[in-house]
Design a protein around this ligand. Structure first.
Ligand code: OFO
Length: 169
């Protein structure tokens, strides 16, 4: 194996965290679906599909580098929230945690002068900017909507249109 054990272990850990992210978003979708908010539920199911894509990208890279992509136990997701806003706020906090983890991986890869892995991780650095921005925009929109029920349900309808498109790279 070409890359250090420390870096490989951290990569495998991150693959598992992306799977945890997938489950966390399915749990959010499930809560929203139960409340009849099909558009919001769809949005988070698409988010979950993105997380699966992120995890499999790690899976493929770990294998290419001669590592073993071991699957860990996934802790229970949060299954209950007080409001839609609380869900999206947790999603933003979650994405911030992911960004910190990617930066930590980048620190190890930089210390190791592991340029191929730095290049691989750059995709996630860029992706996290979008992930955090999406959640922040949703929070801003929900705050603008406030107590306006018609605007809220209109937004729910709009979110039903989100589809998962696998990135080209
Ligand atoms: Fe994989 O970026 Fe969100 O969690």
């Amino acid at each position: 194996m070409k890359i250090s054990q420390e870096l490989m272990d951290a990569m495998v850990d991150q693959m598992n965290y992306e799977l945890l992210s997938e489950f966390a978003y399915i749990a959010m979708a499930s809560h929203l679906k139960k409340d009849g908010l099909d558009g919001f539920a769809n949005y988070f199911m698409v988010q979950a599909a993105e997380e699966r894509f992120h995890a499999m990208k790690f899976y493929n890279y770990i294998n290419e580098q001669g590592g073993h992509a071991k699957i860990a136990a996934i802790p229970e997701s949060i299954n209950s929230y007080d409001s839609v806003l609380a869900i999206v706020e947790e999603a933003l906090e979650h994405e911030r945690r992911v960004t910190a983890r990617i930066y930590n991986l980048m620190d190890i890869a930089t210390k190791d002068r592991e340029y191929a892995t730095i290049s691989f991780l750059n995709w996630y650095v860029d992706e996290q900017v979008e992930e955090e921005d999406n959640m922040q925009s949703m929070i801003d929109k929900l705050n603008r909507i406030g107590e306006n029920k018609a605007a809220f349900y209109h937004y729910d309808e709009q979110l039903a249109a989100r589809v998962f498109t696998p990135p080209v790279k």
